[in-house]
Write a new protein. Structure first.
Length: 253
């Protein structure tokens, strides 16, 4: 494959990150090539499972995200997660009631909360509760079904308990952030816990590194405009598109 073809196909894939569907005629004008060339590019990308051809163009192909273990998540993009976590922790004031979701970026917030005076943290993360206790932070662990690979507490008991609490702030992790599909996660029951925590908070923050963007999980949690996103630096086109939908903060690297 020559470099010109690679550049064309990269342009097509980047366009699909911010546009649900693309049209052959638009690509012909944008890339200044023939219709047969564009159709060949779309066929190649479809063969690779990167898009789905439709009449007159193509649409995005989604590979649904799976749920890795907490230990695996902690190893991925750890430097970026630490930066995001530190920024998020700075938003917590003394004597506040906060919710910490059972995610790897929220876990990274915990060391930065130890200086907060009189805070109460509710969490559905077993590992989170153990870590919070090391720093002598007043902690409530939700009860319910233990999700083995992530150490998250989920299910009807967790939801029932969570409905009795109200928070100044909630900090929630997500597996997927997409301009069309919103915030998503692979597990339906875990999605319900995240949704309830967000609903019961004065302000909800979603803490995610930029690799979670353009990813889609099986279960939707909420729309993008229902939370403030804290993430690391995004590409300009995505940043511009996101600013039209919701509030977000990019952490300097």
């Amino acid at each position: 494959m020559d470099i010109l073809t690679e550049e064309r196909q990269e342009y097509i894939l980047n366009l699909l990150k911010t546009t649900k569907t693309i049209h052959v005629q638009d690509l012909i004008v944008d890339l200044e090539v023939s219709e047969s060339t564009i159709r060949r590019d779309l066929s190649d990308l479809e063969d690779q499972g990167l898009l789905i051809r439709i009449h007159g163009g193509a649409k995005r192909a989604y590979n649904l995200e799976i749920d890795n273990s907490l230990q695996d998540k902690l190893l991925l993009n750890s430097e970026h997660k630490t930066q995001i976590a530190k920024e998020a922790a700075h938003l917590v004031n003394d004597h506040e009631y906060i919710y910490l979701d059972a995610g790897s970026t929220t876990f990274a917030m915990i060391p930065h909360l130890k200086e907060r005076i009189g805070i109460t943290v509710v969490t559905n993360g077993i590992s989170h509760a153990q870590e919070l206790s090391k720093f002598k932070v007043r902690t409530i662990l939700l009860g319910g079904f233990i999700k083995g690979n992530t150490d998250a507490i989920i299910g009807p008991d967790a939801l029932s308990q969570l409905k009795n609490y109200h928070f100044h702030k909630a900090f929630i992790g997500m597996n997927g952030v997409d301009l069309d599909y919103g915030f998503t996660t692979p597990d339906v029951e875990e999605a319900e816990v995240k949704k309830q925590a967000a609903k019961n908070s004065n302000q909800c923050y979603v803490v995610v590194d930029r690799n979670k963007f353009h990813q889609v999980g099986f279960a939707k949690v909420m729309d993008l405009d229902q939370a403030i996103i804290i993430t690391n630096s995004l590409e300009k086109k995505l940043s511009d598109s996101l600013s039209k939908i919701t509030h977000f903060k990019e952490v300097k690297e």
